[in-house]
Design a protein around this ligand. Structure first.
Ligand SMILES: NC(=O)c1ccc[n+]([C@@H]2O[C@H](COP(=O)([O-])OP(=O)(O)OC[C@H]3O[C@@H](n4cnc5c(N)ncnc54)[C@H](O)[C@@H]3O)[C@@H](O)[C@H]2O)c1
Ligand SMILES: [Zn+2]
Ligand SMILES: [Zn+2]
Length: 383
């Protein structure tokens, strides 16, 4: 089958590899019809993770079930399914407690597993024609009758919508409150979308890319361009001097000063400290942007160890709370699916490109540059 392979920093290619197959009685085999490129893939693409060469990337996957293992009882051949990026087992302590994002059995390196991801277990990615899905009955979200018609919406349930939603939930947002979101990449835009659906009063979105800020504005958020203004000053001025009630970090440790995204320009503490300065005393922060526990390619000694210069004093003085981590997709994907099915949500508004798998290397280049107009790419391996 054809699959997108990581060859090394900024080098991916579509290659012929052995076909994905059922290996365990609990496996499901999915013919992938939509698979997104994620901002998380870019950390690996840029060589900032320990991803092994030769691995298949891709954790935002949707497709049609074409084979099931002998022990699979719920999922049927022909079902259209969306796969949470987390690979859960369904029976460990974490899964039992409803936290499959911290599954204890699927990743020898620690809690939490994912498809096609560094340090997240042996699972191959779905930027390929087929994907082996372990513990299929547990991991497959079976989609309703409009699965094909709304495929570009449903595929956002694999990661970015539940992740953006999780950021807002972690922040503790209540209807009528204000929220500031750092990052207008796909995850930040989904956080803004969820905050709006959840009844936020003012939603501020901070980024420097006009195309991304425009999408934020289209869904009713207030765009803030950090290349032109100091975001905490603007947020504080627009919230009576107090700051927003809640805040979300949707950028991650590669956040940077204004200007082209480049390693020498990175300031891993920047968005977290801006959040501390722009959220009101007693408020909450939801951090879903990725922070690594080590980054050998980081700029300084702290960054190499996955540490940052965090404003702990002000954070404490303001009595803020913070939640973080990989999103628990399964906690939200079923209910968010219902909003798509009912015509009440259309998360595909972030999509700029639908491309065949053969175009993936070029798409990675553009998305990694955050080139104008490349807000979210869906790869279609069957076209
Ligand atoms: N926790 C999870 O489960 C989870 C899931 C998916 C993605 N992620 C992470 O979320 C982050 C965002 O993902 P994405 O797909 O939206 O990626 P992205 O890289 O496309 O978006 C990040 C955005 O942040 C902006 N940015 C950079 N520096 C900034 C700053 N100082 N202030 C404000 N904005 C700044 C960039 O211009 C860019 O538009 C990534 O770190 C990704 O790895 C986490
Ligand atoms: Zn993702
Ligand atoms: Zn588990």
């Amino acid at each position: 089958m054809k699959a997108l392979i990581y060859n090394g920093p900024c080098d991916v290619s579509v290659q012929d590899v052995p076909e994905a197959r059922i290996q365990m009685p609990t496996d499901v085999l999915v013919k992938i019809t939509s698979t997104n490129i994620c901002g998380s893939d870019l950390h690996m693409y840029e060589g900032r993770t320990s991803l092994e060469k030769g691995r298949i990337i891709g954790h935002e996957n949707l497709g049609e079930v074409v084979a099931i293992g002998k022990a699979v009882t719920k999922v049927k051949i022909g079902d259209r399914v969306c796969l949470p990026f987390n690979v859960g087992c369904g029976f460990c302590d974490s899964c039992d407690q409803g936290k499959p994002n911290l599954c204890l059995t699927n990743n020898p390196a620690g809690a939490g597993a994912a498809y096609g991801y560094a340090d997240a277990g042996p699972w191959q990615g779905g930027q390929a024609e087929f994907l082996q899905v372990p513990f299929g009955d547990f991991n497959c979200l079976i989609l309703p009758e409009d699965a094909q018609e709304k495929e570009n919406d449903y595929v956002m349930l694999a990661d970015i919508w539940p992740t953006g939603h999780h950021a807002v939930v972690l922040s503790g947002l209540q209807p009528g409150e204000s929220i500031v979101i750092y990052g207008a990449g796909p995850v930040g835009l989904m956080a803004a979308y969820s905050a709006t659906l959840m009844g936020a009063d003012q939603v501020f979105v901070v980024d420097e890319h006009p195309d991304r800020l425009k999408l934020a504005e289209q869904i009713g958020a207030i765009p803030i361009d950090f290349s032109k203004v100091v975001p905490p000053e603007v947020v504080n001025a627009m919230t009576g001097g107090n700051g927003a009630d809640r805040g979300c970090e949707c950028v991650g440790w590669q956040c940077h000063d204004p200007g082209h995204h480049h390693k020498s320009n990175e300031r891993p503490e920047l968005t977290l400290n801006n959040l501390v300065r722009s959220v009101k005393s007693g408020g909450g922060l939801g951090v879903v942007g990725l922070y690594e526990s080590s980054d050998p390619n980081g700029d300084d000694e702290l960054a190499k160890k996955g540490q940052i210069k965090f404003d702990m004093g002000l954070f404490f003085q303001k009595a803020l709370t913070m939640g973080s981590g990989q999103a628990n997709v399964k906690k939200y994907n079923r209910s968010l699916m219902r909003l798509i099915n009912a015509g009440k949500a259309k998360p595909s508004f972030v999509v700029s490109h639908e491309l065949p798998l053969s175009e993936a290397p070029n798409a990675y280049k553009h998305f990694d540059n955050r080139d104008e107009g490349w807000t979210k790419v869906i790869l279609k391996p069957q076209t």
